[in-house]
Design a protein around this ligand. Structure first.
Ligand code: GMT
Length: 384
């Protein structure tokens, strides 16, 4: 292997393709690394939603799982490891970067074993639910711990998640905290009069929520907060995304007499064209290890109103570029939103501060460089 300190690297990136934040971050990182001339091989079971433009340095490998009748549970992790090993050999990959420990890191470790004695470092990025939900499920806990302990480097998207991981798995092996980033060219404060007009007639306020409607997102609390807003001023709530709690939320909006004021758009691919048309973004999650959706809103100059829990206070600064709602007083999400929406000057100042935070504190170039440093450091320490 030639000296890895400055040459372009050949990197396998493994992620989930769906609308979850981990797939978005992995794909955006892959795109950024490819722009810098690294050869990026992306592995997933379907094309990731954000992989929308050709780049000669970006190669997609869709992992297919055979459905032999004996396999009641087709072994995706083995199909992934097999494909990864083939590409690692054919394209001489330097390392693999797994986003989500289960099963991506485990597949990476298997390939590392297959390729021995040639070195094949495994870098793992923990996104949150792989630790807080999946990792603590007794059926996955041992394997998650093994995956994290045996990775050559582990990164975590927030200090909160790093601390949680150390507590849950008793690890003290120097995890790097590398926050998420957003493409601030794509997500920018540019309203579209047509889209805005679909949600707001005249001076109506537009409030948005984006999530996968899983229980941890507590999308119902966004509707409760909106009921308070709707009582105080003409307004519309736009709910974007889909998932297990959507039907309950639709019923809740009906019961509250808000059927005509809450719009459910389902999963959307061009969130960047919708978000800038909001006045406020609500994210009442029980916790978020980071809260990428809030950062996307901030990049669009939209003020996020989020729970003061998990890694969210590392993204949103209360009263500066958003509002942090006390986790024990979620009923104040509505009243604090009303106050802010009623103060045009403060709302505009905080929206501008949110945009600046997204461009400066979560700078894409800086964060991509931090990942590059991790890659180069693991390539320096593996035996050549
Ligand atoms: O939030 C989800 O349900 C999806 C999940 C994922 O793994 O894709 O999101 C997690 O990773 C994102 C990207 O790092 C973070 O921004 C989210 O905060 C985190 N979700 C939770 O911690 C609940």
């Amino acid at each position: 292997m030639s000296n890895a300190s400055d040459r372009a690297l050949r990197i396998g990136v493994v992620c989930y393709p769906t609308f979850g934040g981990s797939g978005v971050v992995a794909t955006e990182l892959g795109k950024g690394l490819a722009e810098r001339g690294h050869e990026i091989h992306l592995f997933s079971y379907a094309p990731p939603a954000r992989l929308d433009a050709f780049d000669e340095h970006l190669h997609l490998h869709e992992v297919e799982v055979s459905s032999y009748p004996l396999f009641k549970y087709p072994p995706y992790d083995l199909a992934l490891a097999s494909r990864l090993a083939e590409v690692a050999e054919d394209s001489d990959l330097d390392l693999v970067h797994a986003h989500y420990a289960i099963p991506h890191t485990v597949a990476g470790l298997l390939v590392k074993d297959i390729l021995k004695p040639r070195p094949f470092p495994v870098v793992t990025t923990l996104h949150g639910t792989d630790i807080t939900v999946v990792g603590q499920d007794p059926s996955y806990a041992r394997v998650t711990r093994h995956a994290i302990r045996n990775s050559d480097a582990v990164t975590s998207v927030s200090t909160y998640l790093k601390t949680r991981t150390e507590e849950v798995f008793g690890l003290e092996n120097g995890m790097h905290v590398i926050p998420n980033f957003v493409d601030t060219e794509r997500f920018r404060p540019q309203r579209n009069p047509h889209i805005r007009g679909c949600f707001s007639r005249g001076n109506e306020r537009v409030v948005m929520h984006v999530s996968n409607f899983r229980p941890v997102k507590r999308a119902g609390l966004a509707i409760e907060a909106f009921a308070t807003i709707a009582e105080a001023m003409p307004s519309t709530l736009v709910m974007i995304g889909d998932g297990p709690e959507r039907a309950t939320c639709e019923a809740q909006a009906g019961k509250l007499g808000l059927k005509n004021r809450v719009r459910f758009l389902g999963a959307q691919t061009d969130i960047e064209n919708l978000l800038p048309n909001a006045d406020l973004f609500l994210l009442p999650s029980e916790y978020e290890s980071f809260g990428l959706a809030a950062l996307e809103a901030m990049a669009c100059g939209v003020v996020p109103v989020v729970t003061d829990a998990g890694g969210l206070p590392e993204v949103v600064r209360d009263g500066v570029d958003g509002l942090l709602i006390d986790a024990d007083a979620m009923e104040t999400m509505g009243t604090r939103s009303v106050e802010l929406l009623g103060d045009e000057e403060r709302l505009a100042a905080m929206g501008a501060a949110a945009r600046t935070a997204a461009t400066d504190r979560f700078d894409r170039g800086d964060i991509i460089s931090r990942y590059e440093n991790v890659y180069r450091s693991v390539l320096e320490v593996v035996p050549t």
